[in-house]
Design a protein around this ligand. Structure first.
Ligand SMILES: Cc1cc2nc3c(=O)[nH]c(=O)nc-3n(C[C@H](O)[C@H](O)[C@H](O)COP(=O)(O)O)c2cc1C
Length: 223
């Protein structure tokens, strides 16, 4: 598989087969992703990988807290700025609508939407749950660095026949996750990520999101 194929076939997978992923594979992916660039070579990423009993225990812990804290814990960062404007607002809206349409859930069916969203906290059935943290004193440039590490993980996963879903949703449980994993206090949880084998028969995995055309996102001169 080349980079173009890895990019073209990566999608956010939201239903996985229970097939375990060998430790050597997870290790190889996280290891190779270290080659991601970072400003000043700071390498500000810190990854945690869970499978088996520890993963099940964390999922059960969050599940036990969801009824009393349906929105999770006090957020450490805002995923989107308040009052999101165009064109981002419409893109976000469409992505959500298209996602729920794959499983036949209407806008009005708030409960079904909530239940589907809560699947985030089960890593959508993936056998491996990843968490990505960075020093909370670092700023936007280092947040972009951690994004590059995560994208490297997602592309490498494709090379191993695996799929992923990056999950900012996990940031809502930063305290629970941090305590459970023993994350040093200077690190903050940016995102989770589900990793495993795609359930190709699951309707939710039929979603293919659109992208704005090249002319909207890039300008070329002097060629
Ligand atoms: C940093 C990051 C965090 C994300 N968090 C979530 C999440 O919490 N739950 C979810 O279902 N999808 C999440 N996504 C997936 C995006 O919705 C998805 O990447 C986008 O809609 C484009 O679709 P695609 O990944 O299938 O190409 C996240 C993606 C990124 C890059």
């Amino acid at each position: 598989m080349n980079v173009t194929e890895a990019l073209a076939t990566r999608m956010s997978c939201r239903a996985f087969l229970p097939t375990p992923v060998p430790e050597a594979t997870v290790r190889a992916i996280l290891d190779a992703a270290r080659q991601a660039p970072s400003g000043g070579n700071l390498q500000p990423w810190r990854a945690y990988a869970l499978t088996g009993a520890p993963l099940a225990e964390l999922i059960a812990l969050v599940r036990s807290r969801l009824p009393t804290h349906p929105r999770g814990e006090e957020p450490e960062y805002e995923i989107y700025p308040p009052g999101l404007w165009e064109p981002y607002r419409s893109r976000r809206f469409k992505c959500g609508e298209d996602l729920y349409a794959t499983i036949g859930v209407s806008r009005e069916d708030k409960l079904a939407r909530l239940l589907q969203f809560a699947r985030n906290y089960e890593f959508f059935g993936a056998p491996v749950g990843l968490f990505f943290c960075l020093d909370r004193r670092l700023g936007p440039p280092q947040w972009s660095d951690i994004g590059m590490y995560m994208q490297s993980v997602m592309l490498l996963a494709r090379e191993h026949g695996l799929d992923t879903c990056a999950q900012e949703a996990w940031s809502a449980w930063h305290r629970t996750v941090g305590e459970y994993l023993g994350v040093p206090s200077e690190l903050m949880l940016f995102s989770g990520m589900a990793l495993g084998y795609r359930d190709a028969s699951a309707p939710i995995n039929r979603l293919r999101t659109e992208r704005a055309p090249l002319e909207e996102v890039a300008s070329l001169r002097g060629f």
